[in-house]
Design a protein around this ligand. Structure first.
Ligand code: ZN
Length: 109
């Protein structure tokens, strides 16, 4: 169980480390009249600008909050088990939320 947590944390740490290396605050703006990036089309630049380091850091922070909330409790997800306690229905860990989070960050369950 902790292997998935470790790999998710490693992926988050790596994204954070790369985003922080840029040492940037604000949002990227790319001038198509400049010389870089050569051959880039506006739709490519729109994508790059939308995924600037500020956004990556927000995503990492949000993912860490989700991961902290959906920790294993024995073989169940502690958070999802609480939500379904009334029905006495427990969700096996990794729960669908953690599986989706792993997919988002390219981590195999
Ligand atoms: Zn859960």
């Amino acid at each position: 169980m902790t292997d998935l947590i470790d790999r998710l944390n490693a992926a988050l740490d790596e994204d954070e480390r790369i985003a922080e290396r840029i040492n940037f605050s604000g949002h990227w703006v790319i001038d198509l009249n400049g010389e870089w990036p050569i051959g880039a089309e506006q739709r490519m630049l729109d994508h790059v600008m939308r995924h600037d380091p500020t956004r990556v850091l927000r995503q990492v922070e949000g993912a860490r909050k989700i991961l902290a909330r959906h920790q294993p409790d024995a073989e169940w997800c502690g958070s999802c088990a609480e939500q379904d306690d009334y029905d006495n229905l427990f969700i096996v860990w990794p729960c669908p939320t953690i599986l989706a989070l792993a997919e988002m960050f390219g981590v195999e369950p």
